[in-house]
Ligand binder design. Structure first.
Ligand SMILES: [Zn+2]
Ligand SMILES: [Zn+2]
Length: 492
């Protein structure tokens, strides 16, 4: 994980938020390359799950919603963690985590010497078990109190109870609240989905592990509504669609590069299921911190629509033409985190290898995810014609893709820099391209492939169609076969 964190900072993917002031608790800022990667993840998700599907539409709702939304959803009452406080150092702990922490102990049997004792174990000198604060070893702990994880704020100019509202802790509720608006305006037929991407906020007590768990994060959620009276292949429609969504989401992560051996499904046990959920399955990823949840796919039944109908007094039903009756749809919810997905894609893509005796760090990101698609590099930055040609190529390719120009090092070094941020292709312009000593140039440039490090010379006029082919899924070997291999300059 440290390697990734350091790469992210050094190369402009992720910075600590407000770093010059010492940072903000577990908030992170995406830098120039990070924002590109993050936007690519969101764009691909939207394209594959909203635009390309005939049965899904999108919305973009407010972060601030009516406070009753969170009463109806159960967040005001139940979105809590039991917390204890130290009366001495004021540190706050999750009550269920205290016993699993190493604890500081001033041991009476050894003249009050300070020890750190392993979690759950007694002191080796006096045999005592932890009773005081594990952090400072001095204060007593309060009884557990419920602490709500929603960020509270005030709507309007007065800070009074009537004006309390919350930063949304999830995007999902907006789809339930807008169910009827979307249904009526788009004239939809079940089954259909409503999708949204956006920020959510949770005042986590123990955030951490880089961008894995943060207090402000971005979600990609979809609520897929089905008619619970329908059957598909002899099974209840909600169960059929739940399985379909698990398959589709898993396939999506694999398509953009996560390796099958780093992905697994985890079925929630009965006692871990939310009371309204019929079944929940997590897609887990083998993060650098171990197997952890990448996304969850829950069958939430008709709980949410019924709750909002009850609290708002508005009917949230669907008219079943076939049965001439109103029905409350069931909902299957695939919910993914953008930041977590980004961390998974980065860690899966990160590789160190040895090339001609030197370490090469390469991010083997899927071309559609890569923050920069093509880097344009001059072989000699002192030759005006070369630099001019590079800028002209840059401008032309920048109409379609995110590209970079770099002339601040020797070519070997420039290639390594692009490898390290996952740029799939580089274009080099050299003397042969532009001509030398009165001789006409051949107007060909060198394209280098990140993964194989092979190079071919391609007529400049063909760059756009060639990159269109490569960046839309074409294989390097097919393209390379059509052009002349170039002498490798990679060892420079
Ligand atoms: Zn303490
Ligand atoms: Zn002791």
């Amino acid at each position: 994980m440290d390697v990734l964190v350091s790469l992210c900072k050094r190369r402009g993917f992720v910075f600590q938020s407000s770093e010059i002031y010492g940072g903000t608790g577990s908030c992170w800022d995406y830098g120039p390359l990070g924002v590109e990667l993050k936007n690519n993840i969101k764009r691909l998700w939207w394209r594959d799950f909203v635009q390309r599907r005939p049965d899904v539409v999108g919305i973009d709702a407010s972060i601030l919603m009516h406070p009753n939304v969170w009463r109806a959803s159960g967040h005001v009452e139940n979105f809590t963690d039991p917390m204890v406080d130290c009366r001495e150092c004021k540190h706050r702990f999750r009550a269920d985590h205290v016993d699993a922490m190493p604890w500081v102990h001033y041991c009476a049997a050894t003249k009050g010497n300070k020890f750190t004792v392993k979690p759950g174990e007694p002191c080796g000198h006096c045999g005592e078990r932890r009773s005081l604060c594990p952090q400072c070893g001095k204060g007593t702990l309060t009884a557990p109190r419920q602490f709500n994880l929603m960020f509270k704020t005030f709507m309007g100019p007065v800070e009074e109870d009537a004006a309390v509202t919350y930063l949304r802790p999830e995007t999902a509720q907006a789809m339930f609240v807008n169910f009827d608006n979307v249904l009526q305006s788009m004239r939809l037929k079940l089954p259909f989905g409503i999708a949204q991407q956006g920020r959510s906020f949770r005042n986590e007590i123990t955030p951490g592990n880089f961008i894995f768990r943060t207090r402000e994060f971005e979600q990609m959620e979809l609520e897929y509504f089905v008619n619970p009276r329908d059957t598909v292949d002899g099974r209840p429609a909600d169960e059929h669609w739940h399985d379909r969504w698990i398959e589709d989401c898993l396939a999506w992560y694999k398509r953009y590069g996560l390796r099958a051996e780093n992905l697994q499904l985890r079925e929630h046990e009965k006692d871990e299921l939310a009371h309204y959920a019929k079944r929940t399955v997590d897609i887990e990823y083998r993060f650098p911190i171990g197997w952890s949840e990448l996304m969850g796919i829950a069958n939430r039944t008709d709980y949410d629509l019924k709750q909002h109908a009850k609290v708002s007094g508005k009917s949230l039903t669907y008219f079943d033409e076939e049965r001439k009756d109103h029905v409350v749809p069931f909902v299957v919810e695939p919910a993914a985190g953008v930041d977590r997905s980004l961390l998974a894609f980065l860690s899966d893509a990160y590789q160190e290898e040895e090339v001609r005796g030197e370490k090469r760090v390469v991010l083997r990101l899927h071309p559609e995810l890569a923050p920069v698609k093509v880097a344009i590099l001059p072989l000699l930055k002192k030759r005006d014609e070369i630099v001019r040609a590079c800028h002209a190529i840059r401008d032309e390719l920048a109409r379609s893709w995110s590209v970079a120009y770099d002339d601040t090092a020797a070519i070997g070094r420039l290639y390594r820099r692009q490898d390290e941020v996952g740029t799939p292709y580089c274009v080099t312009v050299d003397v042969q391209t532009v001509g030398d000593a009165g001789e006409q140039g051949d107007d060909r440039v060198t394209i280098r492939d990140r993964d194989s490090m092979e190079q071919v010379r391609v007529p400049r006029a063909e760059l756009v169609p060639v990159f269109r082919e490569l960046l839309e899924g074409g294989a390097w070997k097919d393209v390379a076969a059509r052009f002349t291999p170039a002498a490798a300059k990679d060892s420079a």
